[in-house]
Design a protein around this ligand. Structure first.
Ligand code: OXD
Length: 331
């Protein structure tokens, strides 16, 4: 870059910083889980001078043009009549669809490499834990027992991924790269290198050989209770189940029953119909269920802020945000 070009880029940067509030309006942040200070710093590193407000310190609601939110309560959007877009602070947009307080503005989600890497690591851990018989060794240790189980080669272990969207396909290719025999099913036909894919009515053929089933389906009216008794019954006996997407995709009483009967041999569950999982839920007492508190993947502000800043610039200029979601489809 010439000195002249560098100088004019710096000038453009400081012009943006000087009138960021005028150019973009205010950004409102709402989340009970994410740190607003880290997000504010990460966004201002991308747009110096950005007017970043943290709920409930909203100021004049008419200033708010962009909302960055995770699970806002019903009615949250009512005071904000000038918003131009909503950016969901996560992957699943289920808390933003079917609401009557939201004006007709683009809704986008986050899809940063940090979030994908965390999700892939959670599923890889869960699948490897079953593939390498770790739950049996944990139990044997409690009995003070040297309990040898001959390891099976990974390419013989059939893992199925239900849902091959952005995260599901990253998970499926991560499992294939780790050496598993991976199959995937989705409502629409998908192609993923190293993964045998199935669609629509091929679901039972897909399930019939799967030893470890991973749910990566978003929650929409079409996917609610999609994983039910019929799905558990179509798996080989004692198959394992991992849920890293959304609780309501699973018929929970059917899963409890399948775990009790041994049709499902173990489950790793990060998400539930009701979160936090109620104290009296049967999953808590099941030796063969591993529970994690909805953290399979989180957004990494340093990695995601660049995309968010770009969406703020684009939408302010009358364009489309990055990673726009389709609220009719629900993902
Ligand atoms: C998400 C989640 O959707 O963390 O990003 O559940």
């Amino acid at each position: 870059m010439t000195a002249q070009a560098a100088k004019s880029m710096t000038a453009a940067g400081s012009a943006e910083a000087n009138d960021a509030a005028k150019r973009y309006g205010a950004v409102l942040f709402f989340s009970d889980f994410d740190d607003p200070v880290t997000w504010g710093d990460a966004l201002r590193a991308n747009i110096p001078g950005l007017d970043f407000r943290v709920y409930p310190d909203v100021g004049d609601p008419a200033d708010i043009r962009h909302v960055l939110a995770w699970k806002p309560a019903p009615g949250f959007f009512e005071p904000f009549r000038n918003i131009a877009q909503v950016i969901n602070l996560g992957a699943g947009i289920d808390s933003l669809v079917g609401r009557d307080d939201l004006p007709d503005v683009p809704i986008s989600r986050l899809s940063d490499p940090g979030m994908i890497a965390l999700m892939r690591s959670y599923v890889l851990f869960s699948v490897i834990r079953y593939a390498r018989n770790i739950p049996e060794f944990e139990q044997a240790k409690r009995r003070r027992e040297w309990h040898y189980i001959h390891p099976r080669p990974l390419h013989q272990i059939k893992v199925g991924v239900l849902g091959l969207g952005h995260l599901g396909s990253a998970v499926a290719s991560g499992l294939a790269a780790a050496g598993f025999d991976v199959r995937g099913w989705d409502i629409a036909a998908k192609t993923i290198e190293g993964v045998r894919t199935y669609t629509g009515p091929e679901r039972d053929a897909f399930l019939s050989e799967v030893e470890i089933l991973v749910n990566m389906m978003p929650h929409t009216p079409q996917t609610e209770k999609l994983i039910d008794k019929a799905v558990f019954d179509a798996l080989p006996r004692a198959a394992k189940f991992v849920n890293a997407s959304r609780g309501p995709v699973v018929d929970e009483p059917a899963l409890v029953e399948a775990l009790r009967s041994g049709q499902i041999g173990g489950a790793t569950l990060d998400v539930f119909w009701v979160e936090p999982l109620p104290q009296d839920h049967p999953f808590w007492d099941m030796e063969n269920v591993l529970i994690t508190p909805h953290l399979a993947s989180i957004t990494v502000p340093e990695a995601a802020a660049r995309d968010v800043a770009e969406s703020i610039r684009r939408v302010s200029a009358g364009g489309e945000p990055l990673h726009r979601a389709d609220t009719r489809r629900g993902y």
